[in-house]
Design a protein around this ligand. Sequence first.
Ligand code: TEU
Length: 602
Amino acid sequence: PLRQAWWRESSVYQIYPASFKSAKSIDDGTGHIHGDLRGVIEKLDYLETLGVDIVWLSPILQSPQVDMGYDISDYRAIYPGYGTMEDHEDLISGLHARGMKYVMDLVVNHTSDQHEWFKQSRSSKDNPYRDWYIWRPPRYDAETGERMPPNNWESNFFGPAWTFDEATGEYYLHLFASGQPDLNWDNPKVVEAVHSLMRFWLDKGVDGFRMDVINFISKEPGLPDAEVTRPGFLQDGVEHFACGPRLHEHLHGIGEILREYDAFSVGEMPGVFDTREIIKAVGQDRGELAMAFQFEIVNLDHAPGQIKWYPHKFQPKALKHIVAKWQSFMLQNGGWNAVYLENHDQGRAISRFADDSDQYRSKSAKLLAAHQALQSGTIFLYQGQELAQINVPESWGLDQYKDIEVLNHWKTVLEEFPDDLEKQAMFRRQYRLIGRDNARTPMQWTADERTFAGFLARDAPEGATPWMSIHPDFKTWNAVNQLEDPHSALHYWRRLLKLRKEFKHVFVYGDFEMLDLDHESVIAYLRVDDREEETGQKTHEPRRRPTCLVITNFSRDEIDWVVPPRAVDVLFDESESDPEPRLKKGAVLDEFRNYTAQEDGE
Ligand code: TEU
């Protein structure tokens, strides 16, 4: 059986510091202003009201910001654009004073090319840091004699995953931007350095880590060419670095430190869709991580084969099958899910998986919230998700996009398809659907125009603007309005998070059963209290285990779906007829575990 743990019962709120709240009006060097740590501190009461237990901040350490801080140049210093070490300490104590925990982003598959380790490493072949990164001599084309990268891997941000460095005449590996060289985890000194910086922050009161692309840290020896599956030289090498041969040895080393501090952990694990692979990292007896982000759901609207920028229509039924698979597998095998629909790398869920029109937007937000928040696993909520924020407007020009991934991709499109306007339009539609910028517009706190929806400080200099355009819908869609309206997405999230706490044996530890797998648009599942029937009862009838049925209709139409007759008591429904939605007394539903729609003949 699943062991109880505080982190299973917690919900996590992710903050993207650049876009959350500015307090200090710090100029980013281009005359624009981004969020900062003091801004987060100002909003701690808001987070407490929402009812989240853990706050995770995307990277806030020293960085040249090639990839919004996922390129760290000093692991022991706060990026001055976000504040000072003192601000950071105040943030930690502010959270702790409210009974919340603080999770830091640990980005250790790669560093920035501005990190001192890399500067040393690139300086000469016999520098002691040379082997901290992955260097290889060039290959030469047999026919043309042209210098070629050591293998055919493509970077996640397009172009080769290798950059040639004149100083020593070799290439270094970077699975992301050239400013993000991959560390060589086969070097024990690297492992030691990571352990030491983890302890540095844990000793300062950090409660755990979200670990960036942690399943990429062990590469297959020899760094073999990727199988050729598409035209051109560059190929997806993921099979040679996702879950490589020494991954679990390294995760175990990390796990030992985590256990010592009773710290939280969630590993980001792209490129692996097999439950049996992920559970090796998150099984409760493995001593590695607590949970992992898998990518099957957020890839649902990419073309099969997972090529991100080719469209694929989202099907609720496909979502249902994926959820059923991960929920049941992890509960039955002592694993644990990190349940998320949004983060800083994804389009907004309402725009991708539901309907972001005025008519359906609020309903969509609540539909997705109920679907997500009542599952088993630790629930992750991304800033603005609770406000029903949606993707950037159609009117946006490419100059309003800031993200290196989209901008690099667009360059390749213009090179590869200079005259194909249809292809170009298709990719631009995809940017608006799944581009990372969609999640990075500033938080919408108020309807105030001058401070850009309350994102800027009230005393911000005249004419100051946020680093990224704000969504023009902020006059209607903002935290102030949502707090006033009991039917808002925000209050709905509050009720759901509260419900999880009140009935943790149902929603956290309870069994999971997906119903009606064949239905195209209804996703309905049962959560059943995990506790055994009480013994010593005189009656023959077994005590019914408290059960909750979660029904969501992912279509715009009314649907006939017969609710089991014994489901007599409604926790709360979103028909919006109830003037003051609240948890109702005696809310636990009767058991109808064996019910299926078919059995009732309807
Ligand atoms: O993302 C890793 C990742 O695989 C993708 O989600 C990535 O965002 C990209 O879209 C691939 O198509 C993590 C971070 O979350 C991301 O912000 C960083 O850019 C990346 O690692 C590199 O550190």
